[in-house]
Design a binder for this molecule. Structure first.
Ligand code: NAP
Length: 253
C-alpha cells in the first residue's frame, strides 16, 4: 500500500480543533491527519484521528517532526493565547517553506452596557484590580501565579484542573469548564459577591457567558488583549479553514 501524499499536522487544544478534525476526516478520507496536544490537561478529547501528546522541543523539535513525518500542511488551531506554540509554528513552517494556516476565532468586542478595561497582559490585569476587590479570575491555571501576590483581594478562580501552586487561604477555587448560560454565571457571581471579572479575550461562544453575566450585573471586566502573533494565513472559522485547506491540497496535484 502506498503512503498518502498529504499529511496534515493539526495543532489542537480548542473546540475549533476538535470540530475541524472531524470535518477533515469526512472531507479528506485519503489524507493522513495527525492531531497534536500539549498535554496541559489530563482529560484529552478524542479527535478521531491519530494523536500525539507533548511539546515538540521548540522550533527545532517541531521542524524535525515536520520533516521526519513528511508533513505537507500545518494547521494551527491552538488557543489565541497559546503564543509560544503559534510562534514556533510560523518559524518552523517558514524555514521549510511549508504552508501554514492558523485558525483564529474572532476576538470579542464590547457591546452596549459592557464596562471593559482593556489591558495588554495578565500582570497589568492583576495591577488593575482595586484593593478589596472581589475578583472572578477566568484565566486558567498556568497564569494564576500572576495574581497570587494580591492577598488584599478576594478571588474566585475557575479552571479545568487544579493549580500547581497553593492559592491564598481566603481565595476559592471552582474546578470545571465554564457554563454556557449567563444565568449560571450570574448566580455564581452573586453568591460570591463578585465586583470584577478578569478574562482573556479568547473569543467564541464557549466561554462568553461570564461576559454576558458581567454586562447584566453592571460589573467591570478587566479584559486581557490577545498577544500579537507573527503573520501567517488566517482562517476565522472551521468552514473557512476547511476551504483554505481544500485549496492547499488541491494545489498539490
Ligand atoms: P504555549 O504557551 O503557546 O505553548 C507552550 C509550549 O507547549 C509550546 O512551546 C509547545 O512546546 C507546547 N505546546 C503548546 N501547544 C501544543 C500543541 N498543540 N501540541 C504540542 N505541543 C504544544 O501554549 P499554552 O498557552 O501553554 O497552551 C497549551 C495548550 O492549551 C495549547 O494547545 C492551547 O491550544 C491550549 N489552550 C490554551 C489556553 C490558554 O489560555 N493559553 C486556553 C485553552 C486551551 P514545545 O516548544 O516543546 O514544542
Amino acid at each position: 500500500m502506498t503512503e498518502p501524499a498529504d499529511h496534515i499536522l493539526l495543532l489542537a487544544g480548542t473546540r475549533e480543533a476538535r470540530l475541524l478534525a472531524k470535518k477533515l476526516v469526512e472531507t479528506f478520507p485519503d489524507v493522513r491527519i495527525t492531531a497534536s496536544f500539549a498535554g496541559a490537561v489530563d482529560n484529552l478529547p478524542n479527535l478521531g484521528v491519530p494523536t500525539r501528546v507533548g511539546g515538540f522541543g521548540g522550533v527545532a523539535g517541531l521542524t524535525d517532526y515536520l520533516v521526519n513525518e513528511k508533513v505537507t500542511l500545518l494547521v494551527d488551531a491552538t488557543h489565541p493565547f497559546a503564543a509560544q506554540m503559534s510562534g514556533n509554528a510560523v518559524f518552523a513552517a517558514r524555514s521549510l517553506n511549508l504552508p501554514l494556516i492558523r485558525l483564529e476565532r474572532p476576538a470579542w468586542t464590547p457591546e452596549s452596557g459592557d464596562l471593559w478595561q482593556s489591558v495588554v497582559s495578565l500582570g497589568e490585569a492583576a495591577d488593575a484590580l482595586p484593593a478589596q476587590a472581589r475578583a472572578f479570575l477566568a484565566i486558567g491555571r498556568k497564569d494564576l501565579h500572576r495574581f497570587t501576590h494580591r492577598t488584599d483581594i478576594f478571588a474566585l478562580a475557575r479552571m479545568i484542573e487544579p493549580p500547581e501552586l497553593p492559592l491564598p487561604g481566603h481565595w476559592q477555587l471552582v474546578l470545571g469548564r465554564p457554563p454556557l448560560s449567563a444565568s449560571e454565571e450570574i448566580a455564581l457571581f452573586r453568591k460570591h459577591r463578585i465586583t470584577h471579572v478578569v478574562a482573556k479575550n479568547s473569543g467564541g461562544r464557549r466561554s462568553h457567558a461570564k461576559i454576558e453575566a458581567a454586562r447584566q450585573l453592571g460589573l467591570p471586566v478587566i479584559m486581557v488583549d490577545r498577544p500579537k502573533l507573527a503573520e501567517t494565513e488566517l482562517a476565522t472559522s472551521v468552514e473557512d479553514a476547511l476551504r483554505k485547506i481544500n485549496l492547499e491540497i488541491a494545489s498539490d496535484f
